[in-house]
Write a protein of this length. Sequence first.
Length: 317
Amino acid sequence: MKTALICGISGQDGAYLAQLLLNKGYNVWGTSRDAQVSNFENLARLEIRDLVKLESMALSDFRSVLQVINKAKPDEIYNLAGQTSVGLSFEQPVETMESVTLGTLNLLEAIRFTGAKIKFYNAGSSECFGDTGDRAADEDTPFRPRSPYAVAKAAAFWEVANYREAYNLFACSGILFNHDSPLRPKRFVTQKIVATADQIAQGKAEKLYLGDISIQRDWGWASEYVEAMYLMLQQEQPDDYAIATGETNKLEDFVAEVFSYLGLDWREHIIIDRSFFRPTDIAISRGNPAKAKQKLGWEAQYKMKDIARMMVDAIRN
């Protein structure tokens, strides 16, 4: 039986990954900053809360990281921890930088220090690419980060690459494009859209306030994306992969699909609020997942319209 350690198990991806690995017969450990007070709501929603061994770990503290690794003795470590909101990173740039870059570095250094044959997955982000225009970004596309979050993720990516090359660690980064699910926190725009549209349909709300709805994103389904993470660590050689659907849509299209599915005309209920605009933002995010399909055998089955409808179904059930 393999053992996996998921750092950041309380989040959307952590919960789905835990479910996937448990189904594959793994012994699963998970960490959060304070496991004693965290409610692990997502694990509870997936009904796996009692199947996972939970530990407190401060990723910014090397000794804390080393202690948990020595206790769990994992075959695989998945680093999904750190501040995950692009918008919040403009308000908390220092916390974002420290949680992402120092946390990743401590995990890599702990693996190197112990000398254990641990395979390491790092959660990268398509935000690192910045604006690529009409070009679909892949593993060879240069990074041009446009937010503190993206800068932090870019630094973590190169930390992983450095440890892989310098110390021969099995370390990979998944450069994941946007992926959603009912487990997304409410502060994320897709969840906000679905929740408010549902309230409007029930007569409990009147308007939905949004920022720039002309931005274009490649939206995928989170439970599919964690399969790609798992597959990366099953390869003979470590490598980095861009994970995307290959389809890009405007945020306006996502809004229209959600409202239409609820029998509403979105134009009657949306107010554009410039206070929600970010200091810098990516106009178009487009991914090329060809390498993942070729080498991992992974391909997204759900696209934006499917995701919009599945999220509405989830909130109504």
